[in-house]
Structures are given as structure tokens and as C-alpha cells.
Design a protein around this ligand. Structure first.
Ligand code: SAH
Length: 268
């Protein structure tokens, strides 16, 4: 199977300047991409966006406006976040060339999102944690932050180059199960956090970096749907056991017939 531009969307988060939205649309269309998602843009639609889009007004007209990043990427099997600087917790990182190749390969099999941040602050740590990979354009270390639409241009150009290079090349063998989409990963994390609180492992009042580190672990593994559903089953099993232990504990306290204690269960 060959990659497909139609499966790749560009997501712009909280863009301040409509001119940048128009310029990003133009950059995309020049490279063969048409699907633009705008997460809570400050000003859109806007005449300044149309002017900068030039011949790519159709991309703007079909842009999908949503409220949150989670909504914009819910059905994506691969989500790549861009970052102009190093973050506190390192993440699986691609350079723009590797990003182009991976996005092209995976676009043969599922929806892919390239996510770009705010002009002033980029993406939040929470938004970056929703991405399977981060990509950094290795710019001048003394001035590494590109204009938003320029960053879109670099990454979509690399995608186009990867597409041109792959034409006629054999694709890697297909995985047997599709990757878990972003929305399922979110649900898994909500479930995991509930269970970790229930069993006393995680204290939401003192969260440290536990959840974001676990999220990164999953990001490195990129579980498929089947693997994630097994992990969900394990969580449910842990919840059932915790519940049985709690009810057994209260049964003992009221002197009703004793259920096995935790120690007895563990030696089995
Ligand atoms: N001051 C912000 C920079 C935001 S630039 C920060 O430090 O994060 C606006 C957006 O352009 C970024 O969120 C990112 O999507 C993209 N961008 C700019 N420079 C980039 C670079 N060197 N590598 C990857 N993306 C970059």
C-alpha cells in the first residue's frame, strides 16, 4: 500500500494571527495537502487569512474548526507534535526528514496529524503529551523559532519529498492490527489514572510527573488496538480485585464469614 496525502491533516492550535492560517494553507496546498484543522483560532474566518492563502482559499473554506486538540486528532493513528525547543521530559523525537518518511509510510494505513502550536508559546506540555512523536526543525540554536507557516512549509516539504522518494519503492510489511487511535489512548489513560488512585499508587494532590511519564512510555510503544484493549482488560481486573478486597475487609470487620485475606490471595 502506498501513502496518501488525503490521510494527512495539519492541525494549528490556538493560532493568533489569521495571516498565519492563510499562509499555512498555501504552504500545505503547494505540497499537495488539503486538510486543515483549526483548534480554537483567535480570529477565523478572516479577510487577512484569505489574502495570505492566495490560491489556497479552498483549503481555508474546507478547514475544520474544533474546540480542543483531542477532538482534532481523535481518529488519528499517528500524531506528531512540533516543538521549537527542548522540553523538560524528552520524548520520542524525529527530525523533519524522518518525520516526512514516517508520516508518508503510515498514511497508507491510518489517519495522521501534524500538530503546530501558538505563535507565542508553542504547544503546552499537556498537548505535547498527546503526541506519539515530537519533531524539531534543527534551526539556529540562538534563534530556533520559525514563523508558524514557515514551520508548516518545512514539514510538508519533507513529506512531499518522502512521497516522491517512495514512489515505486516497496513498502514495509503491514502490521496485523491497526494502531490505537488517539481517542482510545486518552480513554486508557483516564482509566489507568483512576486505577492508580484507587490502589493508592498515585496521589492526584501530589501528581509529580507520573502520568506524563506513563504517557511517554505508551508513546514509545505505540500500542495497537488489540494491545490497548488487553491493557484495558488488565485495569478492569485490578479494579475487580481491589473491590473484592475492600468488600472482604468490611465483611471481616462486621464478623460475617471471612473472605480470603490479601496475603492468602498473593501466595496462590
Ligand atoms: N515561542 C514558541 C515558538 C512558537 S513558534 C516556543 O518556544 O515554543 C510557532 C509554532 O511553529 C510552534 O509551536 C511549532 O509548531 C512551529 N515551529 C517553530 N519553530 C519550530 C522548530 N524549530 N521546529 C519545529 N516546529 C517549529
Amino acid at each position: 500500500m502506498t501513502g496518501s496525502f488525503a490521510s494527512v491533516r495539519v492541525v494549528l492550535v490556538n493560532t493568533s494571527h489569521p495571516g498565519n492560517i492563510g499562509a499555512a494553507a498555501r504552504a500545505m496546498k503547494n505540497m499537495g495537502l488539503e486538510r486543515l484543522y483549526l483548534v480554537a483560532p483567535r480570529e477565523f474566518p478572516a479577510p487577512r487569512a484569505l489574502w495570505r492563502a492566495a490560491g489556497a482559499v479552498d483549503v481555508l473554506e474546507r478547514a475544520v474548526v474544533v474546540e480542543s486538540l483531542a477532538e482534532a486528532v481523535a481518529d488519528c493513528g499517528l500524531v506528531v507534535g512540533t516543538s521549537a525547543r527542548e522540553r523538560r521530559i524528552p520524548w520520542p523525537l524525529l527530525d523533519p526528514r524522518e518525520c516526512g518518511q514516517r508520516v508518508w509510510q503510515e498514511s497508507a494505513h491510518h489517519e495522521v496529524a501534524l500538530v503546530f502550536g501558538r505563535e507565542d508559546r508553542g504547544l503546552t506540555n499537556d498537548e505535547l503529551a498527546q503526541c506519539g512523536y515530537h519533531v524539531h526543525i534543527p534551526a539556529n540554536p540562538d534563534y530556533s523559532s520559525l514563523n508558524l507557516a514557515a514551520a508548516v512549509q518545512v514539514l510538508t516539504y519533507e513529506l512531499r519529498m518522502a512521497a516522491l522518494a517512495a514512489t515505486g519503492e516497496a513498502q514495509s510489511p503491514d502490521w496485523d492490527v491497526p494502531p490505537a487511535p488517539a481517542a482510545d489512548l486518552d480513554l486508557y489513560f483516564q482509566h489507568l489514572e483512576r486505577v492508580l488512585v484507587e490502589i493508592g499508587f498515585h496521589d492526584p494532590a501530589n501528581p509529580r510527573q507520573t502520568m506524563v511519564r506513563l504517557r511517554r512510555l505508551l508513546a514509545r510503544i505505540r500500542p495497537d488496538r488489540m494491545e490497548l484493549s488487553i491493557l484495558r482488560g488488565v485495569l478492569t481486573g485490578v479494579q475487580n480485585l481491589a473491590w473484592r478486597l475492600r468488600t472482604a475487609g468490611s465483611a471481616q470487620a462486621t464478623d460475617t464469614p471471612a473472605a480470603p485475606r490479601l496475603e492468602d490471595r498473593q501466595v496462590r
